[in-house]
Design a protein around this ligand. Sequence first.
Ligand SMILES: [Zn+2]
Length: 386
Amino acid sequence: MNTRLFMYTLTFVVMFHLFAFSYVVEKSESGATLRWFIQPGDRVEYSVNLASCTDITDPNALLNAIQNSFNAWESVEESFIAFRYMGDTTLTEIGEEAPCADNPTNTCLYPDSVSLLVWLSTWPYDPTVIGLTTNWYYVDSGEIISSDIEFNMQHYTWRIINDPLTCNPQVDTDVVDVQNIVTHEIGHFIGLDHTPVEGATMYYASPPCDTEKRTLHQDDIDGVVFLYPVSNYPVIERVDPYQGSRGENTFTLDIYGKNFSSDAVAYLSPQASLEGAHQAAETRYINQGHIQALFNLTYMDTGTYTVIIEQVVNGSPQHAYLPDAFQIVSGNIPVDDTQDAGGCTCSTTPSGYSLWALKEFVISFIVLFFFSQRSKKRGRYDNKLT
Ligand SMILES: [Zn+2]
């Protein structure tokens, strides 16, 4: 048995979402967001073992399907993510085996310089998994240093389904579309995890003959823009603290992110839009990556809120959203009916219940493998057949 296989640690990561309705980014064990550390104009390079996909006999057709998948992500206007095809390769291994740094008598798998897409005729993983992306990253920074995508040739039949009538999910129960699956796996390749949004490319499962994931859903677009926004578009990465109590009339929320400008205005909204949002009484610009917003939480309902930043970019208002980022819990409400300092039309009806109940949860299975002094790790993300 391959020595590295029994060194895997299977970790069940349960992610709880109070209102799970948006994209999810991959995180390292330190909480850092996984992403390629590239600048606008840079390209993430990948290679393909075209001959490994023996179901598709025309290598040009296969490459075309793969490049269409990369283009789906690259063509999102508000994101600068871009890719470069480095050519066909005969590589079949996603990394390089070498003695482990912490115990040289064992063999560890290390990332190589190639981000590889390869089809495996002998599938060493769960047979229900169609594709598996392995991201190699630094735990502290979340920087992705290599990413490899393996596809299951053993249990699935791969086709390019340009005409949906040529595939019948009742009959072709093991047939998957190359472009459909590759587009999903590229989402992992750039740092997105599974979304709870059904119909999105980053939904965890695909039915046979599915081609819906070829086209990005707005949720997928929001995800790639969050990770790789074109310059000047504001992005919220986190807020601190993540909750406040009703009754706090001068609550300070620190908002961290990118590309904030001095005209930025912060809002708390019960939904992922400005409708019904509460404007901050004051938004203080600290620097491009940090603003402070003062809210009067006195008469705001308990529950989960989206944090929103509005600022003018190239002459028009642009918005950054961080869904489900802040919660208001019940607190002591003063008896007077002073108007909210934020000037919003806040509800003065005390909410009789707290929305702490878990509305929906998502379970992700991530196989983690320690390979170098615990400073770097790899995470794996799959796509299953429903
Ligand atoms: Zn997946």
